[in-house]
Ligand binder design. Structure first.
Ligand code: BGP
Length: 472
């Protein structure tokens, strides 16, 4: 609604930016680091691998100096599990421990709050080889042991912790689980088994964090796709509600409410995909709630009904990386009201406000935006600096919708843009850039990896300096 008064961003709002270890660090085979599922992933020849990335491992001081100059209050990054435990469990790698100690100390020295993701996609290949990874219950304790070590080592300085990044994208992208089975339906079943184990592991980490880290706060970092019924037909509205349950809330309900929702339970049971729930699991989940809910938001989706017919039966599902249509449940269609990025991600700033309001209404936890940003193909110009006005426009409109959500009572801890500097995209290598700082390399030509400030760097600096007052 339009209101007479719009609230200002509160003092202490965490203006930040984000990255993840495999996308920014490089040094993939250095200083004792073990292999993760991302290191062994086969990438298309046109796309770079993760071995050098943005070379942050060697240039983190220079990068933190840029963060300081931009005025960042917070930096959200992830720890590479395989730098700490090269095999995922067992022996600890001191050089890995030292690297993150140095990184965290450098941030603290520059008055930048570290927000640490414990695990962001790069699952240790060692655990997949030992017992199959997340689909085995042993994964729960290995994750908890790893998290405990992080809390004991860095918990004196790190007060904001994120348990698992985008669990949904792990569940539905089998390579992130290390699954190689050809049968897609079987991979879905195993994905939901892994999901349950990740939920239990999350609850254990929350418990440990609360026991070990003085004044520590911890929560999951989920992805959230706001969904709209394509038409005002009740069938589309129903499909949309089901899709929200099955795609968005299914893993937050166990994590936050300590229970599986009715729609999701029926969905799993119909498909013989219900994971075995061990005695004590749900009690553990119920007793260990997160302190906040972090979420990543990039786009919304338009949803239509997809009724069963002679050609489709329950369980027929199609993917466009994530599920895109499922017989008897829903299908994603193009929203003609919205523009899209070069990769077809529909740009919808109001969708961020709606997401925040949905999450707040359902869970009543303070929210932290851990990713939001504009991916684009970019080439540094021969003269002047890169004028990334599209990114500025995208972020302005999204931040403005954070303020609108706050205006009607939603609590936010902060906003972290994706990404702090150019880093490797999840699927499109270095051809899809998100950063405030240009990193001078191409897909396969590493050039000099020099850092260059884009126009958006100065714009975000101003946003932070004015505590968001310069946002329309
Ligand atoms: C999220 C991931 C990030 C990042 C981002 C952008 O899903 O948490 O790691 O990659 O999406 O996605 P992409 O790089 O594919 O454009």
């Amino acid at each position: 609604m339009q209101t007479k008064k719009v609230k200002d961003f509160p003092e202490g709002f965490l203006w930040g930016a984000s990255s993840s270890a495999f996308q920014i660090e490089g040094a993939a085979y250095e200083d004792g680091k073990g292999l993760s599922v991302m290191d062994v992933r086969k990438v298309k020849p046109t796309v770079c691998d993760y071995s050098v990335a943005s070379d942050h491992y060697h240039r983190y001081k220079e990068d933190i100096a840029l963060m300081k100059e931009m005025g960042l209050k917070a930096y959200r990054f992830s720890i590479a599990w395989t730098r700490i435990f090269p095999n995922g469990n067992g022996e600890v790698n001191q050089k890995g421990i030292d690297f993150y100690n140095d990184l965290i100390n450098e941030l603290k020295k520059n008055d930048i709050e570290p927000i640490v993701t414990i695990y962001h996609f790069e699952y240790p290949q060692g655990l997949v080889d030992q017992y199959g990874g997340w689909i085995d219950r042993r994964s729960i304790d290995d994750y908890a042991t790893y998290a405990e070590l992080l809390f004991r080592t860095y918990g004196d300085r790190v007060k904001y912790w994120l348990t698992i990044n985008e669990q949904d994208h792990v569940v539905h992208m089998p390579f992130r689980l290390g699954l190689t089975d050809d049968n897609r339906k079987e991979k879905e079943r195993l994905g939901f088994l892994a999901n349950h184990n990740m939920c239990v592991a999350t609850a254990k980490a929350i418990k440990l964090c609360h026991e070990i880290v003085k004044d520590g706060k911890i929560g999951p970092a989920t992805c959230f796709e706001m969904m709209y019924p394509t038409t005002n037909s009740p069938a589309d509205a129903l499909a949309c509600m089901d899709a929200m349950e099955i795609r968005n809330y299914y893993l937050l309900d166990p994590n936050i409410l300590g229970e599986y929702g009715g729609t999701f339970k029926r969905y799993l049971e119909d498909r013989n995909m219900m994971p075995e729930i061990h005695e004590g699991d749900m009690e553990l989940l119920k007793a260990n709630k997160p302190d906040f809910l972090a979420f990543n938001y990039y786009y919304s989706e338009s949803i239509s009904a997809f009724p069963l017919d002679d050609e489709h039966e329950i369980g027929d599902i199609e993917f466009n990386l994530l599920p895109s249509r499922e017989a008897g449940v829903y299908q994603v269609v193009k929203n003609n009201n919205l523009e899209a990025t070069l990769w077809g991600w529909q740009i919808d700033a109001v969708g961020l406000q709606l997401s925040a309001r949905c999450l707040w209404d359902r869970y009543h936890l303070p929210l932290l935006i851990t990713e939001n940003g504009f991916g684009n193909k970019e080439v540094w110009p021969e003269e002047g600096i890169l004028q990334d006005d599209d990114r500025i426009e995208y972020l302005s409109r999204h931040i403005s919708n954070v303020r609108e959500a706050m205006n009607v009572g939603v609590e936010f801890l902060g906003f972290c843009a994706w990404s702090v500097i150019d880093i490797i995209s999840g699927h499109s290598g270095f051809s899809k850039r998100y950063g405030f700082v240009y990193v001078n390399r191409d897909e396969h030509d590493l050039k000099d990896l020099a850092r260059r400030k884009k126009k958006s760097f100065y714009w975000y600096q101003k946003v932070i300096e004015t505590n968001g007052k310069n946002i329309k």
